[in-house]
Design a protein around this ligand. Structure first.
Ligand code: DC
Length: 232
């Protein structure tokens, strides 16, 4: 049976990773969270003093790119692959609001994008991959057989992210989360290199009024139809 590549793009906190994980599990495919890779680079930049609220030393970060190794290791208990930065599990660290606040500027740096895109293409070279991000269907895998573009209102997305952060025990306000979501939308869709846009051949999935199960059934059906078509 031939495998396909599934590219899932969309604004932040649209539930891309939730549905991507579910799909990968149901199809027996590999799931790659490309946003986690940008977050890991951002975490590295924060730790090494290249970015804080007053400055972003882009050149300094670029000079260190060869020293940043990002990998994924499957965690059977959690049922997905966690991200490692130079051998250290940083899955928890990269999900903080602080990293969320710095990640979009880091993701505008072309040298960072080139390095991560190259690695993402290697992860997907044998197909059978579900990858989520902002430029997967447009830049990383323009030939992907199935492209989904997820959307939902900013308020709905902020509420989901706020609930997640509270559950982790982070002290945040809903307004700060909403500001972060809106400012990332803006930076992600207006940056020069690989802005977030819907590929011409992507299918738009607005999940503002879908629950997780409805959303999963909908995308699973699309995936199964595409796999059947490719194998016919
Ligand atoms: O999906 P996420 O929220 O974890 O992604 C974090 C940030 O990384 C997001 O604001 C934009 C950037 N990103 C990107 O530019 N390209 C990708 N393929 C994935 C994420």
């Amino acid at each position: 049976m031939k495998k396909i590549t599934i590219a899932i793009d969309g604004f932040s906190s649209t539930g891309k990773s939730t549905v991507a994980k579910q799909l990968a599990k149901a199809l027996g495919y590999v799931y790659v969270d490309s946003g986690a890779m940008y977050r890991a680079v951002t975490f590295y930049a924060m730790r090494n003093g290249f970015i804080d609220k007053d400055c972003f030393d882009k050149e300094g970060l670029i000079s260190q790119l060869d020293n940043i190794n990002i990998s994924f290791k499957f965690n059977a208990e959690k049922g997905f692959a966690e991200v490692y930065l130079n051998g250290e599990n940083v899955e928890q660290d990269i999900r903080s609001l602080e990293v969320s606040n710095f990640v979009s500027p880091v993701a505008t740096v072309s040298q960072v994008r080139q390095q991560l895109v190259k690695q993402q293409q290697i992860f997907g070279k044998d197909k059978g991959v579900v990858m989520d991000g902002r430029d997967i269907g447009t830049v990383v895998f323009p030939e992907a057989e199935l492209k989904l573009f997820m959307t939902a209102s900013a308020e709905k997305r902020a509420q989901r992210r706020y609930d997640e952060l509270l559950e982790r025990g982070d002290e945040v306000s809903y307004d700060d989360v909403l500001n972060n979501v809106q400012s990332r939308d803006h930076i992600d869709s207006t940056r020069k290199d690989s802005p977030l846009t819907m590929a011409d051949d992507a299918i738009k999935v607005d999940n503002s009024s879908m629950n997780l199960e409805e959303q999963f059934k909908f995308v699973l059906k699309l995936s199964e139809e595409k796999i059947r078509e490719i194998n016919a």
